[in-house]
Write a protein that binds this ligand. Structure first.
Ligand code: BDR
Ligand code: CA
Length: 316
């Protein structure tokens, strides 16, 4: 097999974050080297507890978890993650692991791991970009030290989800997103432009659950809440596949059509807060700073997910 990508996942688990982490662990193309945690779907302590729980279920209690920001850079947190992911972030299942939340900090972890392996690590960011913005501000050399920063976030040519124009991860910390987009590292944006094209239906989830492994049993417990939220809030029988699609971009980039473009984030207008504006016609005459995913092989993502996650065997 070709080169194995070393990844750190920055995440706010989160139902689809959990699904994404499982895809990463189940894929031989990736080597997950740790999880850094950020407030997003729920508070950072609860997200960290969830990360520890899901790693334990996946047989990866060995992986480091590092705790990051519990609030956005500038403004108060105003997201509504709990309505989509449950008060506990895992669909109100009350799942809990056995390990205490470690005293390891996300910014230190990102800086030390990336600095120790220049050009080697890919960061896959599945939540608000607060941790990444802090890390690259404290250590600007990170911008030249990562292989790629893959961000689940934004909506450049489609409507938003948190607001009519903004995607939730960007909207929850727009100032951080702005720093990350302009830091000078290679950013790939896996936004609603593609994730709204990939839907997991109840029938698909049943096929996944049929594997009856510890991981698919976990997903079968937490996804009904997510399905309910989509039914209530979006009016569809199924859910859009956000965070796992971003992990898929690290595993199989050939499933995506991308374009290099200048992208900025609105931070100074309440109505448009967190909107990601892409200058497709280069009217601002600025150099591209982001590779945006504009189209995706949706069936390819669904097939990859089912194959990997249903086939995953928890290491002894
Ligand atoms: C993003 O928002 C969160 O609710 C999900 O986990 C995902 O990262 C989708 O907009
Ligand atoms: Ca997330």
């Amino acid at each position: 097999m070709g080169d194995v990508r070393r990844v750190i996942i920055d995440t706010d688990p989160g139902i689809d974050d959990t699904m994404a982490v499982m895809l990463a662990l189940a894929s031989p193309e990736l080597r997950v080297e740790g999880l850094t945690i950020v407030r997003g779907n729920v508070g950072v302590e609860q997200c960290a507890r969830n990360a520890l729980t899901i790693l334990e279920i996946a047989g990866h209690a060995d992986l480091p978890v590092a705790v990051g920001a519990d609030k956005p850079l500038v403004r108060p947190y105003h997201g509504h993650g709990a309505t989509v992911h449950g008060q506990d972030g895992l669909g109100e299942t009350g799942l809990s692991g056995t390990r205490p939340v470690p005293d390891r900090r996300a910014v230190d972890f990102l800086i030390s791991r990336i600095s120790a392996a220049p050009g080697e690590l890919t960061i896959v960011a599945l939540g608000p970009l607060t941790n990444l913005a802090l890390a690259v501000t404290v250590e600007p050399r990170l911008a030249h030290g990562v292989r790629e920063v893959i961000v689940m976030g934004g909506a450049v040519a489609t409507r938003g989800n948190a607001t009519p124009v903004a995607e939730a991860n960007i909207n929850n910390d727009p100032e951080a997103a702005r720093i990350v987009f302009h830091a000078g590292w290679p950013v790939t944006l896996v936004g609603l432009d593609v994730t709204h094209k990939v839907t997991m239906t109840p029938a698909y989830l049943q096929r996944l659950a049929a594997a009856r492994t510890p991981v698919t049993d976990l997903l079968a417990k937490i996804t009904p809440f997510y399905l309910g939220a989509y039914q209530r809030m979006v009016g569809i029988d199924g859910f859009y596949v956000h965070d796992p699609t971003a992990v898929a971009a690290a595993i199989r980039p050939s499933l995506f059509e991308t374009r290099e473009v200048y992208v900025d984030v609105v931070t100074d207008n309440e109505r448009a807060l967190g909107q990601t504006i892409a200058d497709f016609r280069n009217q601002w005459k600025l150099a591209p700073n982001v590779r945006v995913c504009l189209n995706v092989d949706a069936q390819g993502i669904l097939d990859l997910y089912l194959d990997r996650v249903a086939g995953y065997r928890v290491p002894a």
